[in-house]
Ligand binder design. Sequence first.
Ligand SMILES: Nc1nc2c(ncn2[C@@H]2O[C@H](COP(=O)(O)OP(=O)(O)OP(=O)(O)O)[C@@H](O)[C@H]2O)c(=O)[nH]1
Length: 226
Amino acid sequence: MAAIGAIDKAKVLVVGDSGVGKTSLVHLICHNEPCHNPSATIGCSVEVKFHEFRAGTPAEKDYFLELWDIGGSSSHRNSRSIFYHQVHGIILVHDLTNRKSHQNLRKWLAEVLNKDTDVRNNGKEIDPETFAGNQIPILVIGSKADSAEGLREQSTSRSSAVAEECGADELKLDSMNVKYLAPGSTNSVKLTKFLDKVIERRYSSNQVSGNRSPYDYSEDYRDKFQ
Ligand SMILES: Nc1nc2c(ncn2[C@@H]2O[C@H](COP(=O)(O)OP(=O)(O)OP(=O)(O)O)[C@@H](O)[C@H]2O)c(=O)[nH]1
């Protein structure tokens, strides 16, 4: 593993309606354990995941992924745009037992993309289908698969409409159960692929010259990873 001072980072937003399970999901991804009794997120909470980009290939390199868990309460809609700058990937979270939370993902996407000029589609109106190409990486996650097991087959098997429109992969999981992100599982492979795309988006852009970020991030993470 590289020294902490040499590790670059990228930013991923995690958005979706209040209560769909964003905090629980971020905890599972970053700590590989369930989060018991999460409290409602006010504003934003940031967790960091260590990621091996293109693991097992000659291009392998270590990165930190910041997962920005945005509180879903509608009462904070006007103030949360401050979190939407310099975004390199988006995780859209819906609750598989709550169809409305899936429909609302389009609103979340529009809210995020309209606020971030870096990821905006040249000022045009947001259409998820325009993100199927070489745009900001998106991953759709359906939570509470455990509670959704008895529901319509479509909610637990097929990809959701928003995932298809964005050309995004979709995971379905129970954030209370580590087996849903077990190494080598389909979910884990999809997540790894998404995180690799986020790194590519961040470091293949013209924001950076050469292989290094212009910033030194060592101070950010020294306490957390010592
Ligand atoms: N059974 C089950 N419960 C879950 C799952 N994910 C989250 N929960 C529960 O759903 C509730 C809300 O979860 P949170 O992670 O706080 O949801 P959130 O999206 O971060 O909510 P806000 O902070 O209000 O935006 C909690 O009681 C969690 O324990 C899941 O996959 N399965």
